[in-house]
Design a protein around this ligand. Structure first.
Ligand code: SF4
Length: 229
């Protein structure tokens, strides 16, 4: 960014200009005000050319989201893995298949009832956890996605998703299954499906068993909300 472009950041009157908007993918210091994007396609275009953090240097595809654009439920995970980076779609590997099964177990359909996204849109090398700076750089895109989809509840898959969206740093085993409010929306932390893949037991009290309790609570809340709208 040259001096003139940087100075223009201080000029409120130019804030919504197309020039200003075009700078968003270039630097995490450039804000993304609420209402910047008209639709998910615009967000995807910016994410695919984005270098607000270093993850933009190694991605194949930015992974923006899939599912219903006006879903009542939004699932937010951590960041894309290898399959997701290659296809440009979130949750398409083994963990994604398990997520589909978990949702289907209570008759929730990802094409109809759910929109799926991640805190970070680009794959961290070696599937490491995204850094706080990387999460902060990408968060405005997620906030815009939440504004556009306007879900009535958000399922936060794993501790990184909880921390990335709400700032809550507690461990997932402590807070999973508990409804929490964030910005006026109901959120429920759940185990990340990849954690469930590493913990196959179905015994009472196991992560899989607990997730079964959580997804039933989600279904009950989904029915309650649907009746009220
Ligand atoms: S992870 Fe997000 S902020 Fe970082 S380069 Fe990708 S789209 Fe941009």
């Amino acid at each position: 960014m040259n001096n003139e472009q940087q100075l223009s950041l201080f000029d409120d009157s130019s804030f919504n200009s197309n020039d200003q908007k075009a700078l968003i993918p270039t630097d995490a210091k450039i804000p993304i005000p609420s209402g910047t994007y008209a639709d998910m396609i615009e967000i995807a275009q910016h994410c695919n050319q984005c270098h607000r953090c270093e993850l933009g240097q190694t991605r194949t595809h930015a992974v923006v989201g899939r599912g219903h654009l006006q879903a009542l439920i939004m699932v937010v995970g951590e960041a894309p893995g290898q399959n997701e980076d290659e296809t440009g779609l979130p949750f398409v590997g083994k963990a994604g298949q398990l997520l589909e099964k978990i949702l289907a177990s209570v008759n929730l359909d990802t094409e109809k009832d759910v929109f799926i996204s991640n805190i970070n849109k680009c794959r961290p090398p070696g599937n490491r956890v995204p850094t706080t700076e990387e999460m902060e750089a990408c968060k405005p895109y997620l906030l815009e996605q939440i504004r556009l989809v306007d879900p009535k509840m958000i399922l936060l898959a794993g501790a990184t998703a909880v921390k990335g969206l709400t700032g809550d740093k507690r461990g997932i085993t402590k807070i999973r299954g508990q409804w929490m409010e964030w910005e006026g929306r109901l959120c429920m932390p759940i185990f990340h499906p990849s954690y469930l893949l590493r913990n196959q037991s179905r015994e009472v009290g196991s992560p899989k068993w607990l997730t079964w309790q959580d997804i039933q609570a989600v279904r009950a809340k989904f029915d309650e909300i649907r009746k009220s709208i």
